[in-house]
Write a protein that binds this ligand. Structure first.
Ligand code: AMP
Length: 437
């Protein structure tokens, strides 16, 4: 379906043209028409499939269809999102879709001073994007009210619940009028999301992607079974060999992120985790997006919804605690039809998580073997269970052993940079040849 068949307001069509969008993505096909008619929606949408536009376009269209009477400064649409980074990114993306309108859009989130945000809120806003805690602070200080909200979007809903925002979200929704449109977007359908949807949504339409499609099928998943203490060396070895143009690395803890960063002094690398100031986190992401950094090391905080153009490689230095988070991390690559590679390092202690992840994504992850990095306890185990393997019995504790193949030539060397990034790449090459010399 083409956008031209939707009869959208010319201001929206023009903006979408600027973005180069012609056809609706599958989630947009399902959500835009229904949401534009004012229906409540629960969308379980694959990450990176265009879900921001899937809710932003119908909300913008409805705001333009029913212009505000007078100069009331109260927000008319509220988008709640779990992280600061996501709030900033949504503000930018929705701002792009609304660039040809007079609608005012702003985001409020913690970690920065209240003053600037308060002034914007008091000046009048049409679409407010917020993390729950900071918005509650603004409301308690009288900087804004939600009594004029006509459309509420809960973005990355499962994450908001996982992060313990449920009470804040409920309080905020209690401040909104009962008569409103509510749109819930979530990458996964947990029991909590399902329960919340039944409480919040009214006669809603449910949109789902099938389990097999839960991660983009443009992503190739591989793993290495490796001892925890060897992961740093494995990463350095892979980076030296493949010299990826850009790689996003997820660690479970801030300590692991810092330890890895300390090893990467020769590379252009940055760290993005909860102990870093908002300014540092923002700069790291902006530099990574602009192609100025080769490696970005992040904890879960950066996992959701971040749209990094042309990112081909994501490394799970550790498997995430929640299987759903694997889907979100991997969603940073293989976006909008592009090719992506997800490479996981799995230690013995993480095999249980691996089983849950494979169950969630609906297929086995390809095991690769790299000379000198096989898990030592695994080798001992193989010897011990050699007999039972040949007799065809499966052994649950050998989860990372099946189908292992050498990684020679398996993982592509490096992504071809997009035009926008070519300049940064040239600088990077110069620098890396200096380092080699
Ligand atoms: P999102 O899931 O909203 O983060 O979007 C993922 C990527 O898809 C972003 O780079 C969007 O700009 C892009 N995108 C969204 N909708 C479309 C579309 N209809 N056609 C082409 N690209 C799109």
């Amino acid at each position: 379906m083409n956008f031209s068949s939707l009869d959208l307001a010319p201001q929206i069509s023009q903006a979408l043209e600027t973005c180069g969008y012609k056809k609706l993505t599958p989630v947009q096909e399902k959500a835009v028409v229904a949401a534009r008619r004012g229906k409540d929606i629960l969308a379980i949408a694959q990450t990176g499939t265009g879900k921001t536009a899937a809710y932003a376009i119908p909300v913008l269209q409805q705001l333009l269809d029913n212009p505000r009477e007078g100069s009331n400064p109260k927000p008319r649409a509220l988008v709640l999102t779990p992280t600061r980074e996501l709030a900033e990114q949504l503000s930018h993306t929705i701002g792009t879709y609304a660039q040809c309108t007079d609608l005012k859009i702003t985001s409020v989130y913690g970690g920065v001073k209240m003053g600037g945000q308060a002034a914007k809120l008091r000046g009048g806003i049409d679409i407010l994007i917020a993390t729950p805690g900071r918005l509650l602070e603004h409301i308690s200080q009288g900087n804004t009210v939600l009594t004029g909200v006509e459309h509420v979007v809960l973005d990355e809903c499962d994450r908001m619940l996982d992060m313990g925002f449920i009470a804040d979200v409920k309080t905020l929704l209690g401040y909104c009028p009962e008569k409103r449109q509510s749109l819930m977007f979530s990458a996964t359908l947990s029991a909590a999301v399902n329960e919340l949807s039944h409480k919040l949504l009214n006669n809603h339409q449910e949109i789902r992607v099938s389990k097999e499609q839960i991660t983009a099928d443009t992503v190739d998943h591989v793993l290495y079974a490796v001892d925890e203490e060897r992961k740093i060396d494995l990463f350095m070895d892979l980076l030296r060999q493949y010299d990826w143009y850009q790689v996003l690395v997820f660690t479970s803890t801030k300590g692991q992120a810092d330890a890895l960063a300390a090893k990467l002094k020769k590379y252009r690398a940055a760290v993005c985790h909860g102990d870093k100031s908002q300014g540092t986190r923002r700069r790291a992401l902006a530099d990574f997006k602009a192609g100025k950094l080769q490696v970005l090391i992040a904890t879960e905080v950066a996992a959701r919804g971040l749209d990094i153009e042309g990112l081909e490689h994501v490394i799970n230095y550790n498997l995430p605690f929640l299987a759903e988070d694997y889907v979100h991390r991997i969603g940073r690559t293989g976006r909008a039809g592009a090719k992506g590679h997800a490479i996981s390092f799995v230690s013995r202690d993480e095999e249980r998580s691996l089983v849950l992840i494979e169950r969630l994504i609906g297929h086995k992850i390809k095991r690769l073997h790299r000379r000198g990095f096989d898990a030592t306890n695994r080798q001992a185990l193989i010897k011990r269970v050699g007999k039972s393997k040949s007799s065809g019995r499966t052994n649950r504790s050998s989860a990372t052993q099946i189908d292992k193949q050498s990684d020679k030539g398996y993982i592509p060397r490096t992504a071809k940079p997009s035009k926008a990034k070519t300049k940064a790449s040239a600088t990077q090459k110069k620098r890396s040849s200096r380092n080699k010399g």
